[in-house]
Ligand binder design. Structure first.
Ligand code: ATP
Length: 288
């Protein structure tokens, strides 16, 4: 299986925060969702993928190529969507089409017009008058109009109303009919990922905790509920984090087999959602 993005031992240090020694492969032909708490390092990682930030150490490769020698070729093949305003504020979409289009070899006016129409965006109004959601749509229309193989998005659903959010997810699914296409996007709305993601990358405090298929995540993690009398030094080792309440405990495990063998019917084992996993792993992964 080919990787369209490869980060090898990538480190970026800021004052008070660093992305440490990240290794991350993004697989071609799949949708990967990038999750993590506020300030976990998602945007920093994405910026390094886009060469908007240079790592202090390590290697960043897109399509097996290095930005130092193939920047233009790499950028031709990526569609980038992010929250910040990428456009000159005074310009309208007609101007932007005229300016951005010729910069790409595979720019397709017809596709651009199609999305502008579908997203109901005005061509003649200055971008600065657009709402946040409209700006995101405009950014998306531009990213989709040059037949990009890899779509990288930093929180594309932020600021979108629930209806358009669903439409966007349906659109992304349609795009994936092209088997060579890859989508990598960060989000806080983990239910978006239930709909379309094949892989989940989870970052916490600048470290990649896992990069696994949705199936693997579902198979490996579970929520366990039971009476606190079941907990002792030995049994607590099965859990990543335990929350105690007067009515009993609730815990996340990545060791479902041992939990089943030890507790049998004395506990309830439930599917852990991505939110559950993020919540219980907050503050670091440590077996209690
Ligand atoms: N240019 C910079 N200079 C100094 N610190 C920075 C810089 N860019 C990011 N940081 C810090 O790095 C940390 C990670 O930020 P980042 O934007 O990557 O997080 P994130 O996971 O995208 O968060 P959010 O979900 O809130 O968007 C934060 O503590 C932020 O303050």
């Amino acid at each position: 299986m080919e990787n369209v993005v490869e980060l090898k031992n990538v480190t970026k240090k800021f004052k008070g925060f660093s992305v440490e020694n990240i290794n991350l492969d993004v697989k071609q032909g799949f949708v990967t969702g990038f999750i993590g708490a506020n300030g976990a390092g998602k945007s920093t990682t994405i910026k390094m993928m886009m060469n908007l930030l240079r790592p202090d150490a390590g290697e960043v490769k897109l399509f097996g190529l290095d930005y130092r020698t193939h920047e233009k070729e790499i950028k031709e093949r990526i569609g980038f969507v992010y929250d910040g305003n990428v456009f000159f504020e005074g310009l309208n979409l007609k101007d932007i089409k005229r300016i951005v289009g010729p910069a790409y070899k595979r720019w397709d006016n017809q596709v651009f017009d199609h999305y502008i129409d579908q997203f109901e965006l005005p061509l003649n109004k200055a971008i600065k008058t657009f709402s946040k959601g409209m700006q995101m749509k405009a950014s998306l229309a531009l990213a989709l109009s040059h037949h990009a193989e890899l779509i990288i998005m930093d929180e594309p659903t932020a600021g979108l109303d629930p209806i358009f959010r669903r439409e966007l997810l349906a659109l992304l699914q349609e795009l994936m009919v092209d088997e060579n296409r890859t989508i990598f996007f960060s989000t806080h709305i983990t239910t978006d990922l239930d709909r379309i993601a094949d892989y989940i990358t989870f970052i916490q405090s600048g470290k990649i905790i896992f990069n696994r298929s949705v199936h693997d995540v579902a198979e490996n993690y579970a929520l366990v509920k039971g009476g606190t009398d079941l907990l002792d030094r030995d049994t607590e080792k099965f859990f990543i984090q335990v929350h105690r309440a007067p009515t009993g405990f609730e815990a996340l495990t990545d060791n479902i087999k041992d939990v089943q063998n030890t507790f049998g019917d004395a506990v309830v084992i439930e599917k852990a959602s991505l939110e559950d996993i993020m919540y219980y792993m907050k503050g670091g992964v440590h077996h209690v």
